[in-house]
Design a protein. Structure first.
Length: 382
């Protein structure tokens, strides 16, 4: 078994309407905050629901929502400049992964003097980070619990991993009521992405008893959200179930590791701005078909966790049923099944392979991949 190192950080709060208590939570870390929000959320209703309570605690704040270019260095530079000019005490990131990544990057680099591209080229932050509070609205946050922030280097649209300080993220608030605005299609894509993250963590070389426990329970809860509970005793809402499953599986990936689907989809997003959840839904069945050759026992356990097979199924039957389960969910959501369906060309994907082959996560995959093997995997999914 790989070494198990457990650090209880950040503080995690889960429950409906807790986002309305952000002012109460934030006052512990300061009285002036920059709030980084997905543009789709920065409307009047959101302001009334989440931001208005800050006034009750006399907390100054301003909203930054110019993240249409995603987590690029240009976006981070703009946000960092505004944060420094306002002399903020901390950062609050609300929304999907883009706002989480931008918020954590700004918090990490706030007190640094070096140019942002020094950090893109491998330099690690040396000074104390600002406190960062994260309020995810899309069920999954695999990087929030790690020291990595995926950043797009604007010089060449290449995926880089910014290494941030320990304990940068002080608080993560999961509020299922913020997820009610998601469409059925968005929930379906996110559910499949959570499924992929769970499998990646479970078969990772860094998997351990803690990550396995969280994945197994998270998958069970995810199955309730996708297919309903086998018992009438469980009446929890779909949003609550997805939030619980997403939080548990995100924590599992931080204790183990992300895998091939997340690495490739993150690289494609950086280079071509293709929706990450769409890419992961394409790659998931191919990742499973590859993993069944050497991790059939673990896939079989997950198949039982999501009720994809009968109790009498053999290990091989159960593992294959998990692949069928994934394909069924993808088909039901009417999602693309090939990378070419995302208007990508195979020549473009060869560039992505070159980019991601340098990332340290490649060493934690369940088996080693040479650049040629990685490209062959992508060609199969093309």
């Amino acid at each position: 078994m790989s070494d198990f190192i457990f650090r209880i950080n950040p503080y995690v709060i889960m429950g409906s309407y807790n986002a309305g208590r952000l002012g109460e939570y934030a006052k512990e870390w300061g009285s002036r905050f920059m709030i980084i929000v997905d543009p789709i959320l920065s409307g009047e209703k959101f302001t009334e629901k989440v931001l208005a309570p800050f006034n009750d605690y006399k907390i100054e704040n301003f909203v930054f929502s110019e993240i249409n270019d995603g987590t690029s260095t240009k976006t981070i530079e703009r946000a960092l400049k505004l944060a420094k000019e306002a002399h903020v005490n901390g950062i609050i990131a609300i929304g999907g992964e883009k706002s989480m990544h931008v918020g954590r990057a700004v918090a990490a680099l706030f007190n640094e003097d070096a140019d942002i591209y020094s950090f893109m080229d491998g330099k690690s932050p040396e000074k104390q980070a600002l406190p960062c509070l994260c309020v995810p609205t899309t069920f999954r946050t695999p990087f929030v619990f790690t020291q990595d922030v995926p950043v797009t280097d604007a010089r060449n649209r290449t995926l880089k991993l910014l290494k941030v300080q320990n304990s940068l993220c002080k608080l993560v608030v999961y509020d299922p009521t913020l997820m009610l605005s998601l469409t059925e299609n968005q929930k379906a894509m996110l559910s499949i992405e959570i499924l992929g993250l769970a499998i990646e963590a479970y078969i990772s070389q860094k998997a351990n008893f803690f990550s396995d426990m969280f994945v197994e329970k998270g998958m069970e809860i995810l199955s309730y959200a996708l297919d309903g509970s086998p018992s009438l005793d469980i009446t929890t809402s779909e949003e609550d179930l997805l939030a619980q499953a997403g939080a548990m599986i995100s924590m599992a990936t931080s204790s183990a590791s992300i895998g091939l689907g997340t690495i490739i989809s993150q690289g494609i997003y950086s280079k071509f701005k293709i929706n990450k959840s769409l890419t992961e839904s394409v790659l998931l069945p191919f990742m499973l078909e590859d993993a069944i050759k050497f991790k059939a026992d673990k896939l079989a356990k997950l198949a039982h966790a999501v009720r994809a097979c009968t109790n009498e199924a053999t290990e091989e039957e159960a593992a294959k049923s998990l692949i069928d389960f994934a394909r069924e969910k993808i088909a039901k959501a009417n999602l693309p099944t090939r990378l070419k369906d995302l208007n990508l060309k195979i020549e473009q994907l060869s560039i992505v392979v070159e980019d991601i082959s340098k990332l340290h996560y490649m060493s934690t995959l369940p088996k080693s991949f040479s650049t040629d093997e990685l490209f062959s995997f992508i060609k199969d999914a093309f």
